[in-house]
Ligand binder design. Sequence first.
Ligand SMILES: [Fe+2]
Ligand SMILES: [Fe+2]
Ligand SMILES: [Fe+2]
Length: 418
Amino acid sequence: MTSVVNSNNISGLIQRTLNHVDPRLVDHGKRVAYLVSRMLETSGEYSEKEKQDIFFLALLHDVGAYKTEEINEMAKFETVDIWEHSIYGYLFLYHLSPLREWADVILYHHISADHLDGVAERIAKVAQVVNLADRVDMFWLHHPHREALNQYLNRSRGSRFRSEIVDLFMETQQNYHVIEDLNAAADLKKVMPDVVLSAEECEDYLKMMIFAIDFRSQHTVTHTITTTSISSSTAHLMGMNEKQVRHIYYGALLHDLGKIGIPVEILEFPGKLSPQAMKIMRTHVNITEEILAGTITPDITKIAIRHHEKLDGSGYPRGMRGDEMSMEEQVVAVADIVSALLGTRSYKEAYSKEKTLSILEEQASNGKINSQIVSIIRENFDDILAEVKDKCTPILRTYYGLQKEYEVLLEKHRGITG
Ligand SMILES: [Fe+2]
Ligand SMILES: [Fe+2]
Ligand SMILES: [Fe+2]
C-alpha cells in the first residue's frame, strides 16, 4: 500500500496550508522549530523519533493562535494573554494530531521554570526548550543584538528559564551559530531532522490539516467529514475497487482544504453570497490545488479540485465536461452536494430526504451530475445516512468536546502567569 503523502512533502503541505491563514506565524514556527531541533541535537539526549516529533511540535507550537484570532497581536499573546492559544493549541495537538504524547508541552510553552512543579520532567524540559527558543526568536525580531540577547537570557536564568536550558542554548549557539543562521529556517527541508514518517503518521498529519480548517469555519469540518463518508459509501455500493475507494476517500477529505484561505466573513456568511463574495469563495478550489500541488498523487488531487465541475461544462473552475471527468471525481462532486443539502447552516434548515433527492434528480436530468450515482444514492439513502451517523458522530463528539474542555482549562489556568 503506497501512502498518499510522504515524509518528504508533508511539512511542505503543512506550511502551505497554514501560510494561507497567516504567514507570519508560520515563519515564527519555522524559526522556533529550527532552534529547538538544534538544541535537542546538542543535548544528545533524544532519539531520532523524538527529535522528529518535537520538530513538528515546535513548528506547530502557536497553532492555537490561528483559532483565537489573536494573530495580529503576537507580542501580546506570546507574553501577556498566554493561555488562550496555549490551551487551544494543546487541545488541537492532543485530540487531532499524531503528537498527542507531547501535547502538554504546548500547554506549558509560556510557563516559567519556577511554575513547572508537578509537570512530568520529560514534558517540562521540552516545554522549557520551546519556551526559550520562542523568546529568543521574538527577542531577535525586535533587538537583533547578541550582547542584549545574552543579557536577557542571563537575567532570566533560574527564574523564567532553568539554568541548564540557558546553558544548552549557549552551547547550541557555539556549535551551530543558530542566531546568525535563523533565516536558514525559511527552507524547512534544510533544517528538518532526517524525517522518516510512517504512512499512518503522514495520513494523521493530513487529517490534522483537515481539522485545521476549523480555524476558519467549524461547519466546513462537519461538511468535509460528511462528504467523505457519503463518497466512500457510494464508491463501495458502486462496486469500485480498493484503490478507487481509497482515492475517493482522500479526495473527499481534501476537497475543501482551500477554504482555510477564505476569509471567515465569507465562509460563515449567513445567506446567499454577493457575486463578489462568491468569486472569492470559488477560489477555494485554486487554493486547494496550490496546497496539494506535487504533494498528493495526481489522481487524488484531481478528485479534490474537480468537485464543483458539472457534466455539462457549467461548473468551475475549469468548466470541464463529463467525459473529461473520472467516475471517482463525479462521485465526490455528487456527495459534496448531498452533504451541503443535508447540512444545517444559520440561514438554512437541513433539507429532508425527499427535498434532497428531488434536487439531485433535477440536476441529473439537466445533465449536470451523473444519474447513475444519483440512483445509487436514492436506492441506498437510509444506509448511506446511517453510515454518516456512525462514522461522523464519534469524530464530531471529540471535536465539539474541545470547546467544553477549553473553558474548563482556561478557568483552571487563568490565574497562573508565565
Ligand atoms: Fe506561544
Ligand atoms: Fe511562539
Ligand atoms: Fe467546495
